[in-house]
Write a protein that binds this ligand. Structure first.
Ligand code: GUN
Ligand code: FE
Length: 495
């Protein structure tokens, strides 16, 4: 049970593999039938003189490679707030918890500072960012699209940390300049200064990684209520001034209160999506977080502009925002990926987020059926996402959301080796009896401590790969993640 995989040391791309030594046909057919590793079935010769990576699983079918997860929406500075929700919805939560924690990433002497001196970053802030990058890598996230804060030095530091840890990342300095909606202690002094500060983070990132191999800038208006028309317009122009245009990320239609606020603040716009469209912020490189309550017209507009949606089910459930209709969006041709939305989301794990996407879709289907029973809306019975659907969103879906579908999210020949090695739990077949192993005080006195990572205990060693993957998605966690690679480089090893 082993295979050899050739990954180019120059560009980190898959050049070939030979899995012939792995005779587990069900593994191959399972993966290829879901489009994940279609090339494994046929393999390739690679450049046999430079097998920079030799891959082998050492146990009885106990490990497998999986594409690295892509977190299409995460707020790095909110990491210390994981688990804090208060008792009300999004808008109160932002004021009570989110803006204060983000504000603490500025310099103590000049909280709104826009300077680039790294010494202006509070040491606690650096520690948080370091922890976020290490922690998400340990959960198998090889690519993340980050919201930072309004502060230039801390945003640049997040980019530098991703670069040094080796995580692929989009780094956004958050723009928010509407004095009626932002707290006085955490706001861009003006639209112009916010745009200039954003420009300086873009310049920093493009100097840090001139070829954009790992780290990309992303233009980040927080969401419509936080921004004036001047900053929305200016940021749209800034993104469009690059060739190719810069990526853009923001929030849209997360809660009903927020949508009502947008209608009140932007009476001239025909919809929430139209606010962004008028500022040229809906492009084919735009990531829109949530989209829980988008109307059909808005979905049509988003589809027409080629903008993508980051589905954040853990956050939407925890904040009580609603149940996003993912199947509907997919059926209408909208590109969807998964986001943890830390700390609206309570977990930095995309595996947990995939699980929550399955759960939310089941609740959505049930609530549609319930409405139908009461003579209201109808369910077409396909709202429910399968484990395979959800893992698709976590990998290939996310890759399409960050506009890298040809490069990451799968193991096709020529794709970049962004991958995780997953170790399942023990196969108990042929195990030594606890009585034989330690008959000292009898069975009752023996510890039944877990024998390995969770996610799978295969009693007789005859589960199919489909069953193993299902058990992994429903019950696995970071203890299953043995190694993580980005761009062909090993970036995480489990302790
Ligand atoms: N909308 C505007 N800002 C935020 C944020 O920080 N988190 C979430 N979940 N929604 C937002
Ligand atoms: Fe968010």
């Amino acid at each position: 049970h082993q295979g050899v995989l050739w990954v180019s040391s120059e560009d980190g791309r898959i050049k070939g593999f030979d899995w012939t030594v792995n005779d587990d046909a069900s593994f191959k057919s399972f993966l290829s039938s879901h489009g994940w590793t279609d090339a494994t079935a046929t393999g390739g010769n690679g450049d046999s003189t430079t097998p920079v990576m030799v891959v082998q699983s050492n146990d009885e079918n106990n490990e497998f490679f999986f594409p690295g997860f892509i977190d299409t929406h995460i707020h790095a500075p909110q990491f210390p707030n994981i688990g804090l929700f208060g008792s009300s919805g999004l808008l109160d939560w932002l004021n009570e918890y989110t803006f204060p924690v983000e504000a603490s990433f500025g310099s103590k002497s000049d909280p709104k500072n826009q300077q680039t001196d790294p010494k202006q970053i509070p040491p606690e802030g650096l520690r948080v960012y370091d922890e976020v990058v290490a922690r998400t890598l340990a959960h198998g996230t090889t690519c993340a699209s980050y919201f930072a804060t309004i502060h230039v030095p801390a945003t640049n530091a997040l980019a530098a940390l991703c670069h040094s840890h080796g995580q692929r990342a989009f780094i956004g300095r958050v723009c928010m300049d509407n004095p009626d909606q932002c707290p006085s202690y955490y706001i861009d002094p003006s639209a112009e200064e916010g745009i200039n500060a954003t420009q300086s983070t873009i310049d920093y990132i493009q100097t840090l990684d001139p070829n954009g191999t790992l780290i990309h800038p992303i233009v980040t208006p927080r969401f419509a209520p936080s921004c004036t028309n001047a900053s929305l317009d200016g940021l749209g122009k800034l993104a469009a001034s690059y060739h190719p245009p810069l990526h853009i990320q923001t929030h849209i239609s997360e809660t009903l209160d927020e949508i009502a606020l947008v209608h009140q603040l932007f009476p001239e716009a025909s919809s929430y999506a139209d606010v962004y469209d008028q500022a040229h912020l809906l492009t084919n490189r735009t990531i829109l977080a949530h989209g829980v309550h988008l109307t059909k017209d808005e979905r049509t507009l988003i589809r027409a502009r080629g903008s993508k949606v980051a589905h954040c089910p853990a956050s939407n459930s925890a904040l009580g925002s609603g149940l996003a209709p993912v199947r509907l969006m997919l059926n209408e041709g909208v590109t969807v990926g998964l986001g943890t939305d830390v700390s609206g989301g309570y977990s930095p794990s995309i595996l947990e987020t995939a699980r929550q996407a399955c759960l939310v879709s089941r609740l959505l289907q049930y609530s549609a059926e319930y409405q139908e029973m009461n003579g209201n809306a109808t369910s077409d019975g396909t709202e429910k996402l399968s484990v395979e659907d959800s893992l698709y969103l976590a990998t290939r879906g996310g890759a399409a959301v960050v506009d890298m579908a040809d490069d990451i999210g799968g193991f096709d020949m020529g794709m970049i080796w962004d991958a995780q090695l997953i170790e399942l739990g023990a196969v108990l077949k042929d195990t030594v009896s606890p009585l034989d192993a330690a008959p000292v005080n009898g069975l009752a006195a023996r510890s039944l401590a877990p024998s390995g990572p969770v996610g799978n205990v295969d009693l007789f060693g005859n589960e199919t790969w489909q069953e193993r993957i299902q058990k992994w998605m429903w019950s696995g966690d970071d203890r299953n993640v043995k190694n993580v690679w980005v761009q062909g480089a090993l970036v995480h090893t489990r302790e």
